[in-house]
Design a protein around this ligand. Sequence first.
Ligand code: ZN
Length: 457
Amino acid sequence: MNRVLIPLLLFFTVLEPLSATEPSRYDTLAYRLATKALSENTSYLLLHELCTTIGPRLSGSPEAAKAVDWTKKKMEAYGFQNVRLEPVMVPHWRRGTIEEGWYRANGKKAKLSIAALGGSISTPKKGLSAEIIEVRSWDELKRIGQDAKGKIVFFNRPMDRSLLHPGQAYGQAVDQRGRGAIEAAKYGAVAALVRSMTTQYDDTPHTGSMSYVDSIPKIPSAAVSTNDANMLSALLRDGAKVTVGLRLNCETLPDVESANVIGELVGTEHPSEVVVIGGHLDSWDKGHGAHDDGAGCIHTIEAVRLLKELGLKPKRTIRAVMFMNEENGLRGGIAYAGMNRPGERHIAAIESDAGGFMPRGFGVSDSATFEKIVRFARAFRPLGAETFVRGGGGADISPLTRQGVPSFGLNVDGQRYFDYHHSADDTIDKVSEREMAFGSAAMALLAYIIAEEGLGN
Ligand SMILES: [Zn+2]
């Protein structure tokens, strides 16, 4: 047995217990995909181009329209088939030019790092100011009740930084952002100020969507940086009376026609059986929207390009979809799933919307699908992406998941994701060239395996 083989065999033998799957014809494909993606560096270069030539792509904005055009042209340039736009009406909220926050306490006045939340109404032209009242739970708000009248409710329940998965901490805290303005207005508050959804302590406010209901008066709502949230909370704890002022001229304009962008690698044997692979093209208007979700869109385009360039012709159709409007409405995902597609059948949907970090594996929407796909986990080992878990998918493909389409979400090393999420820090310099390449290779491999093997559905 030659010297080269021994370490390889040792490698496989040692790891075998982790995911007992038999060898498959895909074991070497991961290498071919990864080495090509790494050497050509197209994943990073495409993302760099999207971020620096178009930038943030809020739904309804001119930049989002440019991104639709740009991705369509890229798909055409790479020879994708049936490249087309599927029109969808999307909301058009814009931040405006005025976004100011300040506080006054103990005779001192100073600026606050704030950002209007997506969907918020503006303040009066001159701004508004009021005493703040801090709450860390809905129960606490209920207990305060009418004491919130005429005040700004300061929602300051931090993301739990002790949780191993920051996504879980986000899931447990983001309700404050989504519903804060509604709940505060119920008690007559004049505005809502929400601690940024990050575990980082810094001066960067993190925006994101918020909502209103017609039966409750609408009040302005803004995120405040974690450093300023801690500072305001310390002042209150020391018994200071704290007044906060906000001046915002954000607004919601009429819906705009936009589109999902689609391109395909048509199947050779079962072209009407479709594997959707995608990410969302829109982003918040802070930073570049590099990790959220420029990375997922580029993973998608690059996955199909890599398969094409390697001369792979899958039995079933792989359809790349740039979904529009994930951040504040999900209109693209809903429109895609709601469209009548005679003679077609979705056999799977795969989404990347967790950032351009090192892939770790995939979350799978249901156990039956998990059992079918896990036998191929070994093939992902060279990419470090062999961890398949039950539970997963993606926001844009969730309407398909609800229709019973087996769904997959790319899982990555997400420890830094919420450091940048929905903020001015989500920029291309936070993205690693190599990690992007591995992510694209992992998306390509899964799409190809499913398009070849089917899922027996
Ligand atoms: Zn996203």
